[in-house]
Design a protein around this ligand. Sequence first.
Ligand code: RUB
Length: 313
Amino acid sequence: MKIPNYVIETAESIRIMEVRGASLIARTAAKVLKEAADDFRGKGKEEFIEYLREVARILLETRPTAVSLPNAIHYIMRGAERGYKRDFSLEELRDLVRERAETFIREAIEATERASSLAAQHIGKVQRIMTHCHSTAAVNTILKIAENRSRIIVYVKETRPRYQGRITMRQLSSYSNIEVRFIVDSAAAYYMKDVDVVIVGADAITPDGYLFNKVGTFMLAITADDFNVPFYTVAEHYKLAVDKKSWRDIVVEMRPIEEVIEPKELPNNVKVLNPSFDITPPSYLTGIITNKGIIEKPVTQHVAEFFSKFSMK
Ligand code: RUB
């Protein structure tokens, strides 16, 4: 069974974060699974399903925290496994994978767009926003809030150690009505008094209402709470960890120490801790805004009912 090189290469791009951000990772994985299905040159459906499982496994092993990645892969693979059990031909299975991957990509884009529209509508005409990292959903929401407004101000945190805040800063700076204030992470509390709302994305939202997002989100939520500033996460429904019970079932990815410091600069007895994400408890969330609706404060009271409406088919 020959796995195409681009599968390995894309998995590596995700691992080293050339491809990053939960929604893009999920769509990229779906696209690669589809291309791999198209390029399968082996014999028969038994070999095909084994090959797909292997491609899925390689993609799933890249980054462990964001659930949109497994939600994408499992959505496609559930269809393929069902078709295989029902004795579909190789060509029918290939079509099924193609169709499911295309559906996932289309729906994920539409879902992010819808979540952002809903968020902009719900948050309303705020003037000063703070955000963290680079999230498609958060940036889209900010752009929608800025639509038809002469001026809004956005505080963008640089987001050490990988500086994804620079992507957000550059993206927002191309809009003449958005004034970007680019700050180091530790300045967030100092500027919180000047902010009307905090908007971030999500890598995973668990059925007990916990938010997994870029490390620093939790500290930002605590700060916002202290200043009575509303704190929202915006996410498409593929970020819902529907097959988990609680936050305890999700692994926080630990990244290489080289992202933080040159190992040769380190004394022998120092250990570097570099979690990629952190976990914000529901009590700090003013709302979880998704394309399927809003989980309002108190999130702990509303989240279970919201999740009960979902199953990823
Ligand atoms: C990115 C990050 C983003 C979410 C949401 O982390 O935490 O806030 O993934 O992004 P990393 P989006 O840079 O480590 O991938 O809304 O684009 O899915």
